[in-house]
Design a protein around this ligand. Structure first.
Ligand code: HEC
Length: 154
């Protein structure tokens, strides 16, 4: 009987440590999602539209133009597998734009758009390359810069 109890405890311990090992997502800065938007700027930062314009076009960093077309240079290098970002600042508010860049999967779990502002913990189930450990794809400042720029697309 005693041995059975020990096995039960051991199994419980193993199960809890596995469960914590596969919890993949850690929130960075606290932010509040209201409806389909994050109304307040991340970490209270203000964005710079010029930096955002340059970041959108950096295909190796932001990746945006791999999927999206828009009023950017080099139209022949822009993807067409996502909505065209022309006029997106008139269609969506700053808060709506922010949530879509932070984590589109909150609105559409099947979205192929990368989750730009979460940290995925390295685990046996999800291998994260060393360069990307403990950091999101974009910083809070970069996301605010993108929001500031996309708002100018009207
Ligand atoms: C791998 C492809 C991919 C990449 C890279 C990507 N997106 Fe998206 N994005 C999508 C798709 C697909 C949608 C349509 C929504 C959905 O997935 O349900 C979308 C939707 C959006 C929307 C909402 C557009 C609308 O009209 O409703 C915005 C804004 C947006 N993306 C901005 C960005 C920005 C900014 C970047 C770069 C930081 C980016 N996306 C990178 C695929 C991508």
């Amino acid at each position: 009987m005693k041995r059975r109890l020990i096995w039960l405890l051991l199994t419980l311990c193993a199960a809890t440590s596995i469960a914590s090992a596969i919890t993949p997502v850690t929130r960075l800065h606290a932010y509040k999602v209201e409806g389909d938007a994050i109304a307040h700027p991340l970490a209270g930062l203000s964005g710079d539209a010029a930096r955002g314009a340059s970041l959108v076009q950096q295909r190796h960093k932001s990746l945006c133009v791999l999927c999206h077309a828009g009023p950017f240079p080099d139209p022949h290098l822009q993807g067409t597998i996502a909505p065209d970002l022309t006029g997106v600042g008139a269609r969506l508010s700053a808060g709506q734009l922010r949530l879509r860049i932070v984590n589109m999967k909150r609105l559409n779990p099947d979205s192929i758009m990368p989750v730009y502002f979460e940290i995925i913990a390295d685990s046996q189930e999800v291998r994260v390359a060393e360069t990307w450990r403990d950091r999101p794809i974009l910083t809070a400042q970069e996301i605010e810069d993108l929001v500031a720029y996309l708002q100018t697309l009207r």
